[in-house]
Design a protein around this ligand. Structure first.
Ligand SMILES: Cc1cc2nc3c(=O)[nH]c(=O)nc-3n(C[C@H](O)[C@H](O)[C@H](O)COP(=O)(O)OP(=O)(O)OC[C@H]3O[C@@H](n4cnc5c(N)ncnc54)[C@H](O)[C@@H]3O)c2cc1C
Ligand code: FES
Length: 259
């Protein structure tokens, strides 16, 4: 918790990919600890108490000048307000929060992101691409995600895209790769995205070692630093806080049927 800081940042750039998807580049006004893969920040772009709480987001990229990119999907009031931020505006952040992915033990790292769940996966890719073979797999619904899938974020990355409707990349979900035997022994899997996709990773257990599947989970958050117990999830060891014990968990330790 010692490295978690409250700080202000300036919005350097906003890039819209669609009505509901955009990226925000923010430059912290002070020196902060660089996040590790899997860590996240709480972000607030409004004054006052409505909405009350900061919203959690995982950075997608960190730049040499200290700026951070966040990929944000508009789902409710907080993200709507953040979308209205203009370049030059000031935002408040807290972080870096949470644990992070441990150094991979597998021979190849397979990073799976469902929709905006790709953010911490791209961040992880950048951290590990020089250390071992890394493959990035993105699953999107299809129509409306074209501009995002073609964006600079993915330039020069070993990326494979799946879409539900087959309009972008291959038809299907990232889990299609397990069915086709394209992922196997020696691979380590990290994933972030919709809960259904993460739960279905259980099908990967026959293909790769159970203790080499990690997931980054989401939960509604209040304090973001482990104090309020507002973000607990059920695990084999009892309730665990997504903000402080997670967001990264071994797939096998999560009690998926109770989520
Ligand atoms: C560790 C972590 C990292 C995240 N990273 C990203 C990211 O990189 N990009 C991104 O777009 N989003 C990310 N999220 C999700 C994001 O925080 C929520 O979408 C956001 O807080 C919603 O705020 P809102 O005020 O717009 O919506 P609200 O008005 O609070 O809620 C609108 C709807 O979204 C649901 N919802 C809200 N928050 C969550 C949540 N945390 N999990 C599941 N459902 C939720 C609500 O149940 C409701 O149906 C992350 C969440 C966590 C916990
Ligand atoms: S948000 Fe307070 S304990 Fe996790």
């Amino acid at each position: 918790m010692g490295n978690i800081k409250d700080f202000s940042a300036i919005v350097l750039k906003k890039t819209a990919f669609s009505d509901e998807l955009f990226m925000l580049r923010v430059l912290p006004e002070e020196r902060i600890k660089q996040p590790n893969p899997g860590q996240f920040f709480l972000l607030k772009s409004w004054e006052g108490l409505d909405p009350l709480l900061f919203r959690p987001f995982a950075p997608v990229l960190a730049h040499e000048d200290g700026s951070l990119d966040f990929l944000i999907k508009v789902v409710g009031k907080g993200t709507q307000i953040i979308r209205s931020c203009m370049e030059g505006a000031k935002v408040k952040l807290r972080g870096p929060c949470g644990n992070s992915f441990p150094d991979p033990a597998g021979q190849r790292l397979i990073l799976i992101g469902g929709a905006v769940g790709i953010a911490p996966m791209v961040f992880s890719y950048m951290n590990y691409e020089k250390k071992l073979p890394v493959k990035l797999i993105l699953g999107v619904p299809g129509a409306g995600w074209d501009d995002f899938c073609e964006s600079d974020i993915f330039s020069n990355l070993d990326l494979e895209i799946f879409s539900d409707d087959g309009s972008i990349g291959r038809k299907g979900t990232p889990l299609t790769l397990f069915e086709k035997g394209e992922i196997g022994e020696g691979d380590e899997i990290w994933a972030c995205g919709p809960i259904g996709m993460l739960k279905a990773l259980g099908t990967a257990i026959d293909a790769v070692k159970e203790n080499q599947i990690y997931v980054s989970l989401e939960a509604r958050m209040a304090c973001g630093i482990g104090g309020c117990l507002g973000c607990t999830i059920p695990t084999k060891w009892g309730p665990r806080r997504v903000c402080a014990d997670g967001p990264v968990f071994k797939w096998a330790e999560v009690s998926w049927n109770e989520l």
